[in-house]
Design a protein around this ligand. Sequence first.
Ligand SMILES: C[S@@+](CC[C@H](N)C(=O)[O-])C[C@H]1O[C@@H](n2cnc3c(N)ncnc32)[C@H](O)[C@@H]1O
Length: 267
Amino acid sequence: MDQIEKQIEANKQAWSKLSKDHYIHYKEKLLRHELKLNPMVDAELGDIKGKKILHLQCNTGADSILLARKGALVTGVDLVPENIFYARQMAEDCKLDTLQFVESDILKLTDVHQGQYDIVLTSDGAIGWIPDLNQWGKVIAHFLKDDGFFYLHDGHPFMMIFDEDALDKGELVARYPYFKQTADLDDSIGGYAGEPMKADNYYWGHQLSTIVNGLLSGGLYITYIKEYDRCVSGMGGSTLDANGLCYYPELEGKLPLLLSLKAEKKS
Ligand SMILES: C[S@@+](CC[C@H](N)C(=O)[O-])C[C@H]1O[C@@H](n2cnc3c(N)ncnc32)[C@H](O)[C@@H]1O
């Protein structure tokens, strides 16, 4: 195993510790219809009824189910076998038969899955787990139909430089480098849908240029990039606005918390 493979394996082990808790957390909310698709994602995707969606890094399938409830035909993909087990269980609990789930490292998905999709989607805490965005761009392009689109909604790379505790106090303290060549090691994972767990894990803090160039190297055309000063819970800021989105009150309107982007495969 090379170093990246060892890091991916560590991430697989780390995420698997959270699977059962995430399933329990999201199942209750889904069965009570209390969980809503991220409103920014919902608005940008538009009408997805009848669309075939490949949902990358689906975890235990909560967002996959919300997409399916809007009429999409969803294939969720995740690295962790336990996540896939619980995602299938969750679809059954929600009495949906328009979803399927595939266990795979995103970068190796072409080895184990075939299909052509109208939309490939990844959101909220996804791309930092992917070490090579050039290969990622190629995988995304491979699974898109001609005239299909890729949609990304994830943490803004600019926010990766700030000290998290200082942000909570409304202060901007640059703590981490923006330009990184290697993964960051953390010894704790999760905490947004259950208790965090102790487990070594590796995170690649990508630059904006790395994201854009990865998609271009896959042959995709970027349609737009948007930046938001709001995010869903667990992605930064703990104060909720009227729409249930998080932000930092003292820094409102000053910081880009989230980035969204659409890219197309032209025929
Ligand atoms: C924060 S969660 C993403 C949750 C997401 N918001 C959703 O739509 O459900 C990150 C997910 O990425 C998965 N993951 C990490 N590395 C991966 C990889 N190389 N290939 C596929 N999935 C991966 C983890 O197992 C975890 O479920």
